[in-house]
Design a protein around this ligand. Structure first.
Ligand code: ADP
Length: 482
């Protein structure tokens, strides 16, 4: 036999209450009566009524507030309010409170039972709909969870099998994830590294340098060199709300090709030097062995300029070779301000000839640097020389030397033609000359490659910020701890 629906009456004693009890007893409902708030709370909790009828005045309290209290805890509970009389605004108040219906005298038993049946039917429909919605939402959530689990699995398989090393760190540099390649790169032999601090389990100086400097925004790439000749290009990417990721590609073969190319250039340059010296020598002799006519003089002059140009190219190539081979280890105390002033003296004529507006700024706290003075002079000459060379007549060149966070910062700003964005990194490559440079400006395309090698041999960094038609700023950072 199906259990009967329980109707809970929260009403003060009255003839209407008696009438209601009689009506429910005569129909399919069970009935329970409470006369105060405590009884009401207990009954609602324990006997789970199907519907409640609350008196407009209940044990000295307002029936509307009593109903609101119930609905806050049981939002789907059907409640009928019994009002002593129908007043204007009663229906509106009932709707606003979220009460399902209301009764008021005159009442017959069948009015009471009919209203209760109607309200229960409506409540059941609402309940069914809610259950269906919950089932539908749960099913769709489960499906989504399954999809995202499958996606996660796929992603994990991809990350763990790709050839590049992928390392994910949290904000305090504990390892959150490392793929197979990372274990191979650092010969970790499957030792447990997850959850541990990077510096404890992978104490690699190049990797630490990348992470330390990347955090300050100074560096995004760094080469990781191993004693066995392997070289990896490591790239740092900040991951918001996670920490960071470091990806590593094996570039050993590119380095090897680069080394072979450099060896070749070095050998050729070396072999060219002696014949060039003898060509120059014989050219000097030609003039001594007999008189030359005007044309011969002119041709000889052109030959001499050509041979000088070739000689300086060969010397620059040899220089680069020496720098790249890492033999350049001479270190002395260098006063950068002095070096810069000497360099400017050399360019004085050109500055005047081009009518350039030169400005120099030196910060007070400049400290001497441990460096190779000849190389530093070469670096400054190249950068200042380029600024003067590429800036049109009447333009401006600004030099600035300062100290920031233990690093020397040297900036050379000019109002020259600028460098197109996609070529800004390439100007540091050997023989690269930007597409928008004025045609009449001579050069070999080696100056900035030499600058880069010098700066890197002092553990520094150089880059350019430039806007076509506005000018360029070359920036050099040199760490003091060198
Ligand atoms: P180059 O002998 O051609 O000057 P560099 O290696 O010194 O060789 O410079 C490479 C290229 O970078 C130059 O050919 C030029 O296109 C560009 N460049 C260098 N410095 C500047 C500058 N201050 N303003 C504009 N372009 C520059």
């Amino acid at each position: 036999m199906p259990t009967q629906d329980l109707i809970l009456l929260a009403m003060d004693a009255s003839p209407t209450l008696d009438l209601m009890v009689k009506a429910f007893n005569a129909s399919e409902f069970e009935v329970a009566i409470v006369h105060d708030q405590a009884g009401l709370d207990k009954s609602v909790q324990q006997s789970t009524p199907a519907l409640m009828i609350v008196g407009e005045f209940f044990n000295g309290e307002d029936g509307f507030s009593v109903s609101t209290g119930i609905l806050e805890r049981f939002p789907t509970m059907p409640i009928i309010l019994y009002a002593e009389k129908d007043t204007p605004g009663l229906a509106q108040h009932v709707i606003k409170t979220g009460i399902s219906g209301y009764l008021h005298p005159p009442l017959k038993m069948e009015d009471i039972v009919n209203e209760v049946r109607r309200t229960l039917t409506r409540a059941r429909k609402l309940g069914d709909w809610l259950r269906r919605e919950v089932r539908r939402t749960t099913a769709s959530l489960e499906q989504k969870a399954q999809i995202s689990e499958a996606e996660r699995g796929k992603l994990e398989a991809i990350i763990s099998n790709i050839q590049d090393g992928v390392l994910v760190l949290d904000e305090s540099h504990r390892i959150l994830m490392a793929n197979k390649t990372v274990y191979e790169i650092f010969s970790l032999n499957g030792s447990p590294i997850l959850g541990r601090y990077l510096k404890d389990v992978i104490p690699n100086a190049d990797l630490s340098a990348l992470i330390d400097r990347a955090r300050n925004g100074a560096l995004k790439y760094h080469e990781i060199n191993f004693d066995d000749g392997r070289v990896y290009n490591a790239q740092y990417t900040p991951l918001p709300r996670i920490g960071s990721a470091v990806t590593m590609q094996d570039i050993s073969y590119l380095k090897e090709i680069d080394r072979l190319k450099n060896d070749f250039i070095h050998t050729v340059s070396h072999d060219l030097r002696s014949p060039l010296t003898s060509v120059l020598g014989y050219m000097e002799l030609i003039e001594r062995v007999g008189p030359l006519n005007e044309s011969q003089h002119e041709f000889l002059g052109r030959l001499r300029a050509g041979v000088h140009h070739m000689t300086s190219l060969v010397n620059e190539l040899l220089d680069l070779g020496r720098l790249e081979s890492g033999f350049d280890t001479r270190r002395e105390t260098v006063d950068l301000k002095n070096v810069l002033e000497y360099s400017l003296n050399v360019f004085d004529n050109q500055i005047k000839k081009k009518n350039l507006q030169m400005t120099c700024e030196f910060s007070e706290n400049l400290k001497p640097l441990r460096a190779n003075p000849i190389r530093i002079r070469q670096m400054i000459d190249n950068l200042v020389g380029n600024a003067i060379k590429y800036t049109p007549d009447g333009g401006a060149v600004k030099l600035n030397l300062s100290m920031q966070e233990g690093q020397i910062v040297f900036r050379v700003t000019d109002s020259g033609p600028g460098i197109p964005p996609d070529e800004q990194n390439r100007v540091f490559e050997k023989f690269f000359r930007a597409s928008n440079r004025p045609n009449d400006v001579e050069g070999s395309g080696l100056g900035l490659a030499i600058v880069k090698s010098i700066v890197e041999s002092h553990q520094g960094r150089v880059w350019v910020e430039s806007k076509v038609g506005v000018g360029s700023t070359f920036i050099v950072l040199l760490p003091m701890h060198e």
